[in-house]
Each structure stands twice: as structure tokens, then as C-alpha cells.
Design a protein around this ligand. Structure first.
Ligand code: SAH
Ligand code: DHB
Ligand code: MG
Length: 218
């Protein structure tokens, strides 16, 4: 991508962030602790965090599942959209990431709403009940990209009818190469062909362009 285009994309994201997604102290502090604890800079941007927050609010989500916690940054944006009796469960394989996330979530005053479960996400998912009154209103998938297709299979039955399944990083440049195989390309193909889902891939601007795949369970 030409350097000029990249600068303009970041300028647009800065504009969106200033107007619609300013961070408060808890979010600024969460990024600072992630940096101090050497967690990778792969958390959502403030503008994407606000998009997740809006989707949770618009859909009236009370029961949210996140796959891939890192330092709890996206979990804070999502959990802040919950009503008083709402809950978020977030799955994280790395105990150090989980520890940092718990500190950030507590600092944001959300410890009573958010539960961090440590372990491989597929194991945590396998242990979840699928009864009708315990289904999730919103699922945010943001862990290892190779795992995405399997996460989709596991979360569709865990999502209520009318609920949302969101997948981060669904518009990597590699998806344009029809010959290249990747977890993301397989996830996008599976979501688009899934009889129980209707979906749209929405571009998201960060350092470079990426996307959020939004699926609604029929
Ligand atoms: N959602 C976070 C960023 C998540 S980064 C945010 O935007 O703030 C991806 C996270 O997924 C990392 O913390 C990584 O340790 C975790 N992860 C990778 N493989 C996993 C697996 N199999 N099960 C659970 N978590 C996993
Ligand atoms: C990576 C992972 C992410 O979830 C993300 O938003 C950006 C980058 C990565 O593993 O490189
Ligand atoms: Mg991501």
C-alpha cells in the first residue's frame, strides 16, 4: 500500500477515535499495563472497541462470550455495554495474559461482571452447557486465527437465535489470494455458506485495513 494511503487511513481512524471513541483513564491504564507486562500490541483499537460496544448495546446483549482475552482491553469495551445483571465470560490460554486482564478488569470496576477462564478455548467451549436459557447473545472471536473455523462450529449452538457472532481480523490481505489457505479464509467461507447465519464483513481501520465479520444467527 502506498505510504500516502496508509497515512490517510490512520488519519481517518484518529478522527473517528477523537469524536466517537475517546479512552477514559481505565482504558489508558489498561494499555499501559499491557505494555509494561510486554503483552503484544494486538488488541482492538479504540474505534473497533466502540464498534463492539455499540453492537452489544444495540443487540441488547446480557450474556457475552469472548475467545482471546489478552489484557482485557476489548473485554472492557464489551462489558461496559452490559446491563447491571449482564455477564461476560472470556477465554484465554496464557496464564500471564489472564492475570494482566484480571487486573485491568478489576481496575475498570468490572470484576463482578467478567469471568476470565484460563485454558485452550476449545476445552473451555466443550465444557459449556447448550441449554436454551444459557445461550450467548454475543460472541467475539479473537484468538488464534487457525482455530477460527472450529470456534465457529462450537459457538453457533451456544448462541441464541438472533444473537451475534463477531470475528476480528477477518480482512487480512491474504484472503484476496484465492490460492492461499488460512484459518481466516476458511472462517469467512464457512460463515458465508452457513445455513444458520447471515453475515457481512465490515472493514475496520487500524495501522492497516482489516475487518470485523458480523454474523447473526437466524
Ligand atoms: N481480544 C483482545 C486481543 C486478543 S489477542 C483485545 O482485543 O483486547 C489473542 C489472544 O488469544 C492472546 O492473548 C492469546 O494468548 C489467546 N489465545 C491464543 N490461542 C488460544 C487458545 N487456543 N485458546 C484461548 N486463547 C488463545
Ligand atoms: C494478531 C492478532 C490479533 O487478534 C489482532 O487483532 C492483530 C494481530 C496477530 O496475531 O498478529
Ligand atoms: Mg484481533
Amino acid at each position: 500500500m502506498a505510504e500516502q494511503d496508509t497515512v490517510r487511513l490512520q488519519d481517518f481512524d484518529g478522527y473517528i477515535t477523537r469524536l466517537f471513541a475517546p479512552e477514559d483513564a481505565a482504558l489508558v491504564d489498561a494499555r499501559a499495563l499491557m505494555r509494561k507486562e510486554n503483552l503484544p500490541h494486538i488488541y482492538v483499537s479504540p474505534s473497533e472497541g466502540k464498534l463492539l460496544h455499540m453492537l452489544a448495546k444495540i443487540s441488547g446483549a446480557k450474556w457475552i462470550l469472548e475467545i482471546g482475552t489478552l489484557g482485557g482491553y476489548s473485554a472492557i469495551w464489551l462489558a461496559r455495554a452490559l446491563p447491571a445483571d449482564g455477564r461476560l465470560i472470556t477465554l484465554e490460554i496464557d496464564p500471564h495474559h489472564a492475570d494482566v486482564s484480571r487486573r485491568n478488569i478489576a481496575h475498570a470496576g468490572l470484576a463482578d461482571k467478567v469471568e476470565v477462564r484460563v485454558g485452550p478455548a476449545l476445552e473451555s467451549l466443550a465444557a459449556m452447557p447448550i441449554t436454551a436459557d444459557e445461550r450467548f447473545d454475543l460472541v467475539f472471536i479473537d484468538a488464534d486465527k487457525e482455530g477460527y473455523p472450529e470456534y465457529l462450529k462450537k459457538v453457533v449452538p451456544l448462541t441464541r437465535s438472533g444473537g451475534l457472532i463477531l470475528a476480528d481480523n477477518a480482512m487480512k490481505a491474504s484472503v484476496l489470494d484465492q490460492a492461499a489457505d488460512s484459518g481466516i479464509a476458511r472462517y469467512n467461507a464457512a460463515a458465508s455458506a452457513h445455513p444458520e447465519l447471515e453475515s457481512i464483513l465490515v472493514p475496520v481501520v487500524r495501522d492497516e485495513i482489516d475487518g470485523l465479520l458480523i454474523s447473526r444467527k437466524k
